[in-house]
Design a protein around this ligand. Structure first.
Ligand SMILES: Nc1ncnc2c1ncn2[C@@H]1O[C@H](COP(=O)(O)OP(=O)(O)OP(=O)(O)O)[C@@H](O)[C@H]1O
Ligand SMILES: [Mg+2]
Length: 225
């Protein structure tokens, strides 16, 4: 079963100095449960593709669907609902809220789907235990190492039980040892929880984790292996 299908997906940014075709005619089927890695030179459209598939930016033309629902034409509120219910997102810079503790950071996505406070605490605790941070619930992000902070970000991306996790260079700020730890962890949740993972990376080691490897160049798919 395909979780995501795109057809001629195109995003053109308008800028006062002209327009930029960030992604061009991307046609792609992603099977549920895959671990997809996306590589390509800087500026080749990787982040744009990821943000479009995650419903965070709108394509200029073409279409994409999630579990056979065409998300190109839905209203913003419907798109937001899709993100809250189905999507986890991990960024290179972790993007944790600095003045909230670990558990409060992880509770955020649940607050958005109006889960009761008690349930938010239980679920957040449980995923933080899964990522090995059960003893750090009340620590602030700055009181953790980089690898631990990225694990909090993963816990936050997992807490709404998403069917798909998008990660934009999740190991870009980590040393090689911590990178492998985070990548192994992503692979584990991909396999154990059957969460589809789509990960952008510059690192050949990280790209090798892909069961499907996409290479972008100049906004176009150059190869899929
Ligand atoms: N908001 C924007 N407005 C105008 N142009 C943009 C915008 N965002 C990205 N671009 C342009 O679109 C192209 C693709 O950018 P994108 O960020 O998707 O590349 P990338 O492959 O993720 O690069 P990197 O590896 O450096 O992160 C680039 O030429 C970039 O300058
Ligand atoms: Mg990028």
């Amino acid at each position: 079963m395909n979780i995501i299908c795109t057809h001629n997906l195109t995003k053109t940014y308008s800028h006062k100095d002209g327009t930029i075709d960030a992604i061009k005619d991307i046609t792609l089927d992603v099977e549920k449960g895959c671990f997809v890695t996306i590589t390509g030179p800087s500026g080749s459209g990787k982040t744009t593709l990821l943000l479009t598939l995650a419903g965070l930016i709108r394509p200029t033309s073409g279409s994409f669907s999630f579990l056979e629902q065409d998300l190109t034409k839905v209203h913003d509120s419907e798109l937001a609902k899709f993100r809250r219910r189905n999507v986890g997102f991990i960024m290179q810079s972790f993007a944790l809220i600095p003045y909230l503790t670990c558990i409060q950071n992880v509770m955020l996505p649940l607050a958005l789907i109006k889960t009761s406070n008690q349930k938010q605490i239980e679920e957040a605790k449980s995923v933080l235990e899964t990522v090995g941070l059960g003893k750090r619930l009340n620590h602030l992000p700055r009181e953790l190492s980089a690898g631990q902070q990225q694990r909090v970000a993963i816990a936050r991306a997992m807490v709404n039980s998403p069917s798909i996790i998008f990660a934009d260079e999740p190991t870009g700020n980590l040393d090689p040892l911590l990178s492998v730890e985070i990548l192994d962890f992503l692979k584990e949740i991909n396999q154990k929880n059957n969460i589809t993972v789509i990960m952008v990376t510059h690192s050949p080691v990280a790209a090798d984790y892909g069961t499907v490897k996409i290479h972008l160049d100049n906004g176009e798919i150059k190869s899929i292996n």
